[in-house]
Design a protein around this ligand. Structure first.
Ligand SMILES: [Zn+2]
Length: 240
């Protein structure tokens, strides 16, 4: 059984295969269209999948799709079905190894400074990143109870109300802080972070400029992977 669901609103309608069930290993097709307007759900039988979806499906695996308007339709179907026949409709993944084996040394190859120092026999000059910026955002919950479809609901969103940062430099440590009482406080904070990075970058630099090096400045967040980053991304597109 196949379930096809509509995606998005307004023309042109677009339907996607959502579920594909095999009943007792039978390869008979039964296609239904599932339509949901928020209150009522309709299930309709689809007599011709191709006309509805604009896709032709592989006769063997019933999974691979081909756009009907595609000029290479015949060719790509033939190519796929040749493979599909060999694998009896199963998708086979192959690992392709590189021609020449390379040593697995990410600590060397992913750090251009270390790579350079090692190649020139200067590894004793290598130094860790000592200066950086940290930040933490405080948020509060705002109840919204918005519905998305019939199966998901957002009960609350997080609103940032304060942000604080600490900068570690060669000359010492200092902090700064912005909160919701300041207008556009996240933009103001970002502005200052970019300002502070100039000094951090200077302090982290290798004095010998012939050494290839990154001019990246680490800005470290606390518990920030999911929430904070998404809040800040909105502000990153600011004019500067
Ligand atoms: Zn196939």
């Amino acid at each position: 059984m196949r379930m096809v669901d509509s995606e998005g609103e307004g023309p042109p309608p677009h339907y996607e295969l959502k579920q594909n069930y095999l009943v007792n290993d039978s390869d008979k097709q039964f296609n239904i269209l599932f339509i949901n307007d928020g209150f009522n759900a309709h299930i309709m039988y689809i007599s011709e999948v191709e006309a509805l979806t604009g896709f032709r499906y592989c006769n063997i695996c019933h999974k691979q799709t081909f756009r009907i308007g595609d000029i290479n339709l015949q060719q790509s179907m033939r190519n796929h079905m040749k493979k599909c026949q060999k694998n009896v409709g199963k998708i086979v993944k192959k690992v392709i190894l590189e021609k020449f084996a390379k040593p697995f040394v990410p600590h060397i190859l992913s750090n251009m400074t270390y790579k350079y120092l090692l190649a020139n026999n200067f590894t004793h000059l290598f130094k860790p990143t000592r200066y950086y910026i940290t930040y933490d955002i405080e948020t509060l919950e705002k109840k919204v109870n918005e519905k998305f479809g019939d199966s998901s609901q957002v009960t609350a969103t997080l609103i940032p109300y304060a942000i604080e940062s600490t900068v570690k430099l060669a000359c010492g440590i200092h902090s700064f802080y912005y909160d919701i009482r300041t207008e556009d406080f996240l933009d103001k904070w970002l502005e200052q972070v970019f300002e502070e990075t100039k000094q951090v970058k200077k302090d982290n630099k290798y004095i010998d400029e012939t050494i290839t090096q990154y001019y990246e400045v680490l800005v470290i967040g606390f518990n920030s992977a999911k929430i904070d980053a998404s809040i800040l991304f909105k502000n990153l597109k600011s004019k500067d």
